[in-house]
Design a protein. Structure first.
Length: 319
């Protein structure tokens, strides 16, 4: 496969960093909405549904060409969206039980899960990538050294499950992004997520709960959900643009920068405090992120036995 142009890689890095910055705001707005009275499943349902409608409206009005997608690509987006939809349900349920910063620390394990999924797809990992992952492990350990309250094991387990689901959807979308534009993949992935999270919202009874308290919710609660919707809309576009030009693993490793955004905003906005060990972990994590500038793109080996190979259109072959 020909090496991507330097400008293409730079575009991918910028998009991944923008996505990380925006995604770092997600737990802040989500937690704020919950603290103001929104049920966790109501938060995920409303933000996903509104983001999908917003993107659909923008594309119908301004960029109808992005509405086209080939059948295998649609299947790939539906699969990725369904997986990420389940992960979103786990994420926001866990966020309702954990501090925003602690939840995002656990969620930041997704590059390790991506390494597992990519190895199952026979995609090699470079030594530098493995070194960066090895830096992430002690960094995440240090970041979780709070010592102020007992651990919520159920909430932590759900957040790790959400991390694994998010990690799995990235390489699936990367397959579709080989020959489909990022806005198209973003749209159909969000629609698929909506198909998962909205029924779960009604089945769980969260809709009835929200209906009974909606009259008492402050305006700030709805503003937090709307801000979360806008952040979701923009971050998904940037995320898939990064995946398209940089790859799922590299985008995920840069995406760990969202953790630093969450840590700072949780400190300033939500009043959460961090220990010296946690700041040392953040420094280690930042060091791993900086190594992306010397990382080379992964080689793509031609094989008909890759786990996700069926998502490629039949007329296209590996180069």
């Amino acid at each position: 496969m020909p090496k991507p142009h330097k400008d293409t890689r730079s575009t991918g890095i910028r998009a991944a960093l923008l996505s990380a910055m925006l995604l770092g705001m997600v737990p802040i707005f989500g937690k704020q909405a919950m603290l103001l009275g929104f049920p966790p499943l109501a938060v995920v349902a409303w933000r996903t549904m509104l983001a999908a409608f917003l993107l659909m409206g923008v594309m119908v009005i301004f960029q109808r060409k992005y509405l086209y997608i080939y059948p295998a690509g649609m299947i790939g987006c539906f699969l990725a969206g369904s997986i990420n939809g389940i992960g979103s349900l786990l994420y926001y349920t866990a966020l309702g039980r954990l501090d925003a910063s602690v939840g995002q620390l656990l969620y930041a394990f997704y590059p390790l899960f991506i390494a597992l999924w990519l190895s199952l797809d026979h995609q090699p990992l470079t030594r530098l990538t493995l070194a960066r992952l090895s830096l992430a492990i002690p960094a995440l350990y240090l970041l979780t050294q709070d010592g102020k309250q007992a651990a919520d094991l159920l909430g932590m387990g759900m957040m790790l499950g959400a991390s694994a689901m998010y990690a799995l959807h990235l390489p699936i979308n990367q397959r579709v992004l080989y020959d489909m534009p990022a806005p198209t993949v973003t749209l159909y992935t969000l629609i698929s997520m909506t198909i998962i999270v909205v029924p779960a919202y009604f089945i769980s009874g969260a809709s009835a709960s929200l209906g009974s308290i909606s009259h008492s919710l402050p305006t700030q609660a709805w503003l937090a959900v709307l801000a979360l919707t806008l952040v979701t809309f923009l971050s998904r576009l940037a995320l898939f643009l990064g995946v398209k030009h940089l790859g799922g693993m590299q985008t995920a490793l840069l995406g760990l920068g969202e953790l630093l955004v969450t840590v700072v905003l949780a400190h300033l906005w939500l009043g959460e405090r961090f220990s010296l060990q946690q700041w040392c972990g953040a420094a280690l994590l930042l060091l791993g992120l900086c190594l992306v500038v010397v990382e080379k793109n992964f080689p793509h080996r031609s094989s008909s036995h890759k786990l996700l190979n069926w998502l490629r259109p039949p007329e296209l072959s590996d180069q």
